[in-house]
Design a protein around this ligand. Structure first.
Ligand SMILES: Nc1ncnc2c1ncn2[C@@H]1O[C@H](COP(=O)(O)OP(=O)(O)OP(=O)(O)O)[C@@H](O)[C@H]1O
Length: 362
C-alpha cells in the first residue's frame, strides 16, 4: 500500500446530512457525492489537505450544527457524539502564525467517551506517534506530536504549522502499514477518524466495500465501478476472490443455507440514497447466477422495474428513491435451485432477504 501522503487525511466528522440536502448531478460530482453520502472529507479526495473547508464541508457542517444540540444530547456517551467546537470558541488554526507557537487552545468539554479514548492518547504522545486532531470546523487532521508536557501537546501539520493542543483533543492514528485494511477489525485504533480514513483510502482505489467483522460496509460510489459482472461472480463462486463484496455476503448466505439447512437473511440498511436498492439488485444477480436454472430468477429480477415504476419517486436526496421497504423471500428447491419468490413491500425503509428452504429440508 502506498504512503499516507497520497490520500488527504482531512476527514469530516460523522453527522447525518441536513434534511434539505440535495445530491448533485452524479456526473460532475462523483467524488463530492461520495463525500456527501458518508460525510467524509470535502472536495476532491486526492487533493492536498485543506483546513479551510470547501462549500460542501460548510454545508454539511452547517446542517449538522443545526441539529447539533439534539444529536449531542442523545449521544453523550457515544464516541461519535462529540460536539463540534465552533469557530468562535477556538481561534482558527489557519489564522495562526506558522512560525510562532500558537497560544493554547481552550479546553474542550470532556465527555465520558473522550476520557475513555483519552486513555490511549498519553501513550501516543509519549511515543510521538501520529495522531488525529479535530479542527474547529470538525475536520480531522493527521498531526505529528513534537513534544508533550502534562496536558498540553505541541503538534505539527505536514505543511509545517505548529500549534499547541490539549492532549485530550488528540486521538491515536494507526500505523501506515494498516492503511486500507479490508476489515476494520484489523485496525489497532478503532476511533472515528481512523474508520473514516480507512474507508476513504479504500474508496479512492474504487474499493467501495469494507468489512466490519460480519457486517459489510458499502460506500455509494455514484459512478460505475469495475466490481460486477460474470467474471466477478465466477471468481466469488469459485473462491478465487475474497475481498469484501456483496457477492461474498450472498455466497456465504447461500452456502450456509445449503450446509446447515437453516434459512438465512441479509439485512440492507442505510440512509436515503445510500445504495440499498442497488445493493439488493446486485445480491439478486448473484443469487440468480448461483441458484438459477429454472428461469424463475429472471422473473424475480424483472419485478424490480415494475415495483420501481409504482413505488419510486424523486426526492431531495435520491432521484430514484424507493418510498417503501421490501421483504424479498426467495425459495429454493431441494436441488438448491430457486423455485419461487415472494416480495412484500412496506413503509419501512429496509431491505430484508430471506432464503427459504423447501419443507423437505426442515
Ligand atoms: N454500487 C453502486 N454502483 C454505482 N452506483 C450506485 C451504487 N449504489 C448506488 N448507486 C447510485 O446511487 C443511487 C441511489 O441508490 P439507491 O436508489 O439504491 O439508494 P437507496 O438507499 O435505495 O435510497 P432510498 O432509500 O431513497 O430508496 C442510484 O440511483 C445509483 O445512481
Amino acid at each position: 500500500m502506498s504512503g499516507r501522503s497520497q490520500v488527504s487525511p482531512s476527514l469530516q466528522s460523522i453527522k447525518s446530512l441536513p434534511g434539505q440536502f440535495k445530491f448533485m448531478d452524479t456526473k460532475a460530482s462523483d467524488h463530492l457525492a461520495m463525500s456527501e453520502n458518508l460525510q467524509l472529507g470535502s472536495g476532491d479526495a486526492m487533493s492536498p489537505r485543506t483546513l479551510g473547508n470547501g462549500t460542501l464541508g460548510d454545508r454539511v457542517a452547517e446542517g449538522a450544527e443545526r441539529s447539533n444540540s439534539n444529536v449531542d444530547t442523545a449521544n453523550e456517551d457515544s464516541p461519535y457524539g462529540r460536539s463540534l467546537i465552533s469557530g468562535e470558541e477556538r481561534p482558527s488554526i489557519g489564522d495562526e502564525d506558522s512560525e510562532a507557537v500558537a497560544s493554547p487552545l481552550p479546553s474542550t468539554s470532556t465527555s465520558r467517551s473522550e476520557r475513555i479514548w483519552g486513555d490511549m492518547t498519553p501513550y501516543a504522545s509519549k511515543k510521538k506517534l501520529q495522531s488525529w486532531f479535530q479542527t474547529p470546523i470538525g475536520d480531522w487532521e493527521l498531526v505529528k506530536i513534537l513534544s508533550t508536557s502534562g496536558v498540553e501537546t505541541l503538534v505539527s501539520l505536514p505543511e509545517g504549522k505548529v500549534f499547541k493542543v490539549k492532549e485530550e483533543s488528540l486521538l491515536p492514528a494507526n500505523p501506515d502499514i494498516l492503511d486500507g485494511v479490508d476489515d476494520l477489525m484489523q485496525l489497532s485504533y478503532l476511533n472515528e477518524p481512523s474508520v473514516l480514513y480507512n474507508l476513504q483510502y479504500r474508496y479512492n482505489q474504487d474499493m467501495i466495500y469494507t468489512k466490519a467483522g460480519p457486517v459489510l460496509v458499502a460506500i455509494n460510489p455514484f459512478k460505475k465501478v469495475p466490481l460486477y459482472g460474470n467474471n466477478y461472480i465466477e471468481a466469488y463462486k469459485n473462491k478465487r476472490m475474497e475481498s469484501p463484496h456483496v457477492y461474498a455476503i450472498t455466497d456465504t448466505a447461500i452456502r450456509e443455507m445449503r450446509r446447515d439447512e437453516v434459512n438465512q437473511s441479509i439485512i440492507i440498511s442505510g440512509e436515503s440514497g445510500a445504495g440499498k436498492t442497488e445493493t439488493a439488485k446486485i445480491a439478486m444477480q448473484y443469487l440468480a447466477a448461483l441458484g438459477g436454472g429454472s428461469g424463475i430468477e429472471y422473473e424475480i429480477l424483472k419485478t424490480n422495474p415494475i415495483l420501481e415504476a409504482f413505488g419510486n419517486a424523486k426526492t431531495l436526496r435520491n432521484d430514484n428513491s424507493s418510498r417503501f421497504g421490501k421483504l424479498i423471500e426467495i425459495q429454493f428447491s431441494e436441488t438448491g435451485k430457486i423455485s419461487g419468490a415472494k416480495i412484500q413491500t412496506c413503509k419501512m425503509i429496509l431491505f430484508v432477504f430471506s432464503f427459504l428452504l423447501p419443507l423437505g429440508f426442515l
